[in-house]
Design a protein around this ligand. Structure first.
Ligand SMILES: Nc1ncnc2c1ncn2[C@@H]1O[C@H](COP(=O)(O)OP(=O)(O)OP(=O)(O)O)[C@@H](O)[C@H]1O
Ligand SMILES: [Mg+2]
Length: 284
């Protein structure tokens, strides 16, 4: 089922001369994980804001084309309804925290409190989130006294507390070290298993290779490549558009070039795949 559909979307911020988004069309299917890549200023955050209805609503400007969410035109939702369907975590976790709660435990409950979830259900959910995001040691701390990475984990957990069907994360691991980034990706994997649709803006291409189903690449406001992860992240064209490829893929692309072989989407993208290949060939 198409859960988000973008048809010929173009957008110009107020006062800007040129379009930030140019003729973008794409259909997102329910239950899949999409990785959105692209150089800085290519339009990734703008696309996220279009999908969650903040453009043109809040930012104004000129939007053309058609956005549908769950096969209903986005203009037919009010922003509150959209916010219950679409969870969004900001590129900057500092803007996400409520600023009104003085410990992490209450911060996690804040969104649920606002929509009147009964207290016992709220407590159960917060306990679940504390465990899922390994926040035990932080539960009593003031959200504003946390490190960037801790804030980011709390911000994502608070968003997930409301159980949105669609989860949009704009660079969710920008403040996180490799281990914590991997932990977030594992949580996203669990959410995918619960049937959530996930759109992830991310530069950590090795993690995208491991956890995403599909990849979208933006360049200067246009959606220039889309397709299964295996296909896109093994294609050297990505580099020409300012995107990145996994280290493992780069190695195999170079090897294929040196030996005059054609690169195909059968090349491995992750260390895990390389290892499995070697195992199959009886080499390890
Ligand atoms: N509020 C705004 N007003 C005017 N122009 C904006 C605004 N926000 C973004 N832009 C412009 O729109 C274009 C796309 O920006 P956007 O933030 O969507 O890119 P991005 O791919 O998310 O970049 P980054 O990787 O730096 O987060 C850029 O040229 C940017 O300058
Ligand atoms: Mg951005």
């Amino acid at each position: 089922m198409s859960i988000i559909s973008l048809k010929n979307i173009s957008y110009k911020y107020p006062l800007d001369e040129k379009e930030a988004i140019r003729d973008v069309s794409f259909t997102f299917e329910k239950g899949r994980v999409y990785g959105l890549m692209g150089a800085n200023e290519s339009g990734k955050t703008t696309i996220c804001n279009i999908i969650r209805g903040f453009i043109p609503g809040l930012y104004k400007g000129q939007l053309t084309g058609e956005v549908t969410i769950k096969e209903k035109h986005i203009n037919d939702y009010n922003i509150g309804d959209l916010a219950t369907i679409i969870g969004y975590s900001f590129q900057n976790p500092f803007t996400q925290l409520s600023g009104v709660k003085d410990n992490v435990y209450e911060e996690l409950a804040y969104g649920m409190e606002n929509i009147g979830i009964p207290r016992n259900r709220m407590i159960k959910k917060v306990d679940e989130l504390v465990e899922m995001f390994q926040l035990d040691d932080l539960a009593d701390k003031n959200p504003f006294e946390l490190s960037g990475g801790q804030k980011q984990r709390v911000a994502i957990a608070s968003m997930i507390a409301l159980d949105p069907e669609i989860i949009i994360l704009d660079e969710p691991t920008s403040q996180l070290d490799p281990k914590s980034s991997e932990d977030i990706f594992k949580i996203l994997h669990l959410l995918k298993d619960q049937g959530k649709t996930i759109l992830l803006v991310e530069h950590k291409v090795d993690l995208l290779a491991e956890y995403c189903d599909e990849t979208l690449l933006m360049n200067k406001g246009e959606l220039v490549m889309t397709g299964p992860v295996k296909e896109i992240l093994s294609n050297p064209m990505v580099l020409q558009y300012g995107g990145q490829l996994p280290q493992v893929a780069l190695y195999y692309i170079k090897k294929a070039k040196d030996t005059n072989m054609k690169t195909t989407n059968l090349i491995p993208l992750t260390v895990k795949e390389v290892y499995e290949g070697l195992q199959k060939d009886g080499e390890v």
